[in-house]
Design a protein around this ligand. Structure first.
Ligand SMILES: Cc1cc2nc3c(=O)[nH]c(=O)nc-3n(C[C@H](O)[C@H](O)[C@H](O)COP(=O)(O)OP(=O)(O)OC[C@H]3O[C@@H](n4cnc5c(N)ncnc54)[C@H](O)[C@@H]3O)c2cc1C
Ligand code: FES
Length: 344
């Protein structure tokens, strides 16, 4: 078998900070996290800009030169995206390193095999990828999937929890004309291999707080909040904690997930599922017995002024995430109680 040797460069944080190795095909952000060096980030997908660093010395290339989070002013100031920059030489970078950003489970790149998939709705599918061995992650975290023929990885949140099994589950929504989801839905077959890199993400279940939990998700955001609920159910230390999961779709055909909560002991007492649809058609108007409107409104109507005494997790497309953030700000929910990864 041919062995491919990839060059490794040294990355030094300016002002005498940490140093770590970064393979030529890795990115500075991910190499730092693999080495236990905490750098701030969110999406890992070029969309949020949280991972910006300043290149003091050395050269990098961007995996995605058109990434929306990098503007002309950044380029003029030698700022680059840590999540997209691979080194072409040893580098020195200025970054806001901090132990709070270090990963509890060090992210790894492994070859994984599509083991199973099943339809959940007309455009949401559960995918199970078999890993070479069990890899730990926290409920609510995500991984990067490198799919054949697709430029750059895509981030997908795990929907299960790590319990020693050698597989990770994902709930993935087909994106019209999307490069990665077309491969996932139309051409990837059972037994096909992909590269998975993870776990990543800071919106993981906090197990050391005893506040009840509100989870809010729209469309593609179901996976991490189901993982959070499953994580609470599996943790005896969180026995007294209630979870309200609010899930919004456009129409009746978008709603799913209740069966996943029903499978948890205490459904109806500790675990509550609250669906809502925003854009009903005529048939939905007649058949739907639930609520009409937006998911952040339903959460507010149900929880009310007690919102600020809950731990909040949310996930979904940017417009939903912005509406939830506005609502939480108006309800004066302390920032430290709010955890989310925006799906750019
Ligand atoms: C933290 C996080 C968690 C997510 N979790 C889920 C989930 O659980 N379920 C789910 O369905 N979706 C999730 N998403 C969204 C998902 O990552 C994809 O954006 C979505 O599936 C559409 O991908 P696509 O390739 O089909 O669409 P496309 O329209 O082809 O691509 C969409 C996205 O891919 C990225 N992208 C495009 N070109 C490049 C490139 N050259 N290099 C690198 N990136 C590029 C951009 O972020 C872009 O917004 C998550 C996103 C993030 C950031
Ligand atoms: S742009 Fe790099 S983490 Fe979001």
């Amino acid at each position: 078998m041919e062995t491919i040797i990839v060059a490794t460069f040294n990355i030094a944080l300016a002002d005498g900070g940490a140093q770590f190795p970064c393979a030529a095909d890795d990115t500075i952000l991910r190499a730092a996290l693999r080495a236990g060096v905490g750098l701030p980030y969110e999406c890992n997908a070029g969309g949020c800009g949280t991972c910006k660093i300043e290149l003091v010395a050395g050269d990098v290339a961007s995996n995605w030169p058109g990434a929306p989070a990098l503007g002309e002013r950044d380029v003029a100031r030698r700022r680059v995206l840590g999540c997209q920059s691979r080194p072409l030489s040893d580098c020195t970078v200025k970054a806001r390193a901090g132990a709070q950003y270090a990963q509890a489970s060090v992210p790894r790149r492994v070859r994984a095999t599509l083991a199973a998939s099943r339809e959940l709705t007309h455009d949401l599918r559960e995918f199970r990828f078999a890993l070479p061995e069990p890899i730990d992650f926290k409920p609510g975290q995500y991984a990067l999937l490198y799919l054949p023929g697709v430029d750059g990885p895509r981030a997908y949140s795990m929907s299960d929890i790590a319990q020693g099994q050698s597989s990770w589950d994902f709930l993935i929504k087909r994106s019209a004309g999307g490069a990665a989801t077309s491969v996932l839905f139309d051409s990837l077959r059972k037994g096909d291999e992909v590269t998975i890199d993870g776990p990543y993400g800071m919106a993981y279940l906090r197990t050391d707080v005893d506040r009840d939990i509100v989870c809010i998700a729209g469309g593609s955001g179901l996976a991490p909040v189901v993982s959070i609920a499953r994580g609470v159910a599996a943790n005896p230390a969180m026995d007294g904690i209630k979870v309200h999961l609010f899930y919004g779709g456009r129409g009746v055909r978008d709603i799913c997930g209740e069966d996943m909560l029903r499978a948890l002991p205490g459904f109806g007492q500790r675990f509550h599922f609250h669906p809502i649809i925003s854009t009903p058609d005529e048939a939905d108007q007649k058949s739907w017995r639930g609520r009409f409107g937006f998911v952040h409104q339903l959460a507010l109507e149900t929880i009310g002024v007690a919102m600020a005494s809950h731990e909040i997790y949310f996930a979904g497309p940017p417009p939903m995430a912005q509406a939830v953030q506005r609502m939480l700000f108006e309800e004066k929910v302390p920032g430290a109680q709010v955890h989310f990864d925006a799906f750019y």
